[in-house]
Design a protein around this ligand. Structure first.
Ligand SMILES: *Cc1c(COP(=O)(O)O)cnc(C)c1O
Length: 395
């Protein structure tokens, strides 16, 4: 690999970097010159002498050329110095949590991804780490939840599924003054629309299963960061815990990323048209989309994001049963968990993604039984609107 070229590529713009970084052709004597990084399946790497290090790889859990190519690309997505790839978003999140020790306290945004909340409360609480779930969409209120034991602040923005916007720069700055690590799950916004490290956050995590992969054909996670000390610990944990991304999946994500910029532009364009359509619908009670001027986080979203993304939540005017009828009447848009793919996906948080959140907790955070979450795909938007129109006519 030509490090000189890699360094110069880092200065290029997003759509260029995502295609080239990690895919540098090997133009050295004897190199094949392939423009796509091969899938290196080898689990181990031979060395000439016992005490002579290999070309950098020893065993594929510790490091693999295809995974490394992806990790280089992932780092560039978030303007990070380091990136690490995992077998799932939750495996990446687990690795971040493992930076803590028994007795530590974490403040998390209340409207956090359901699986993350489950990991916090049903796994890590057993190991003596405590969590406070709070709404700090007004960043000034974060101080109320901090104790001398608080070591980490966990946030998503936009959140899932209520699309709250959190002021990342303010929270990160506050965390710095208290020597607390700030972590942003940037899955919903994507690195195309938002770069938390540039806003001062310490660590970014992604479920690559969503927009980064983009095609609903792979499960993976990533951690990106620039702090060398934390990165060394994360690298140690990646190897020690072992939840690494496979070479084949590393190849798939590297492939998916190449169209991230293109996809995100189309996702957002479609989402904006669907939001306008929903605004004209009598059967829609409330729309959650950070690009709406009436959204309480609009000003902050405008400041910290380059676009508003393509996740929309809305409440149906009616009963839980109406919401179900609506969902089951759709033809193009699939009822499915997950999001961020080329195909549009719709779901009912109360019975699907957030079923693991207790009902009283759901009510407390404002997650109603008629709330629907739509991940707008990149199909022809007129077809999507026709599909929604037809489903509304059934309720
Ligand atoms: C899906 C998701 C996760 C979990 O990622 P997996 O790849 O499913 O393990 C974490 N955070 C957010 C915001 C997600 O949407």
């Amino acid at each position: 690999m030509d490090e000189g070229k890699w360094i110069s590529m880092k200065q290029k713009k997003f759509a260029t970097k995502i295609i080239h970084i990690g895919n540098e052709p090997n133009l050295k004597e004897g190199g094949s010159g392939d423009v796509v990084t091969p899938i290196h399946l080898s689990s181990t790497f031979a060395r000439k002498k016992v005490d002579l290090k290999t070309a950098g790889y020893e065993y594929s859990r510790s490091g693999n050329p295809t995974r490394y190519a992806l990790e280089k690309n992932l780092a560039s997505l978030e303007n990070a110095q380091f990136a690490f790839a995992y077998a799932s978003g939750l495996a990446a999140i687990t690795n971040v949590l493992l930076l803590l020790k028994s007795g530590d306290h974490v403040v998390s945004i209340d409207d956090v991804y359901g699986g993350t909340r489950r990991l916090f409360t049903r796994v890590f609480e057993q190991f003596g780490i405590s969590f406070t779930f709070a709404d700090f969409s007004n960043a000034k209120e974060i101080g109320k939840y901090i104790t001398p034991k608080t070591k980490m602040i966990w946030l998503e923005s936009p959140t899932n599924p209520l699309l709250k916007i959190i002021d990342i720069a303010s929270i990160a700055q506050f965390a710095k003054t208290k020597h607390i690590t700030s972590v942003v799950d940037n899955t919903f916004a994507t690195p195309f629309f938002q770069n938390p490290l540039d806003l001062g956050a310490d660590i970014v995590v992604h479920s690559m299963t969503k927009y980064i992969g983009g095609h609903s054909d792979g499960v993976g996670g990533a951690i990106m960061l620039s702090n060398k000390e934390i990165a060394e610990r994360v690298k140690f944990l990646q190897n020690a815990v072992g939840a690494i991304l496979s070479p084949f999946d590393s190849y798939s994500f590297l492939r998916g990323i190449k169209t991230l910029a293109l996809r995100m532009k189309q996702h957002e364009e479609n989402a904006k048209k669907i939001v306008s359509f929903l605004q004209s619908q009598k059967k829609v009670k409330k729309i959650y989309y950070p690009g709406l001027k009436t959204h309480p986080g609009f000003a902050i979203a405008q400041k910290q994001m380059k676009g508003f993304g393509a996740m929309i939540s809305f409440e149906i005017n009616g009963s839980l049963q109406d919401a179900v009828i609506f969902l089951e009447s759709l033809e193009i848009i699939s009822i499915a968990e997950s999001l961020g793919a080329v195909e549009s996906l719709i779901e009912h948080p109360a019975s699907m993604t957030h079923a693991s959140v207790p009902k009283e907790e759901r009510e407390k955070i404002g997650l109603s039984d008629t709330l629907i979450r739509l991940s707008v795909g990149i199909e022809d938007v007129e077809d999507l609107i026709d599909d929604l129109t037809s489903a509304f006519s059934h309720i």
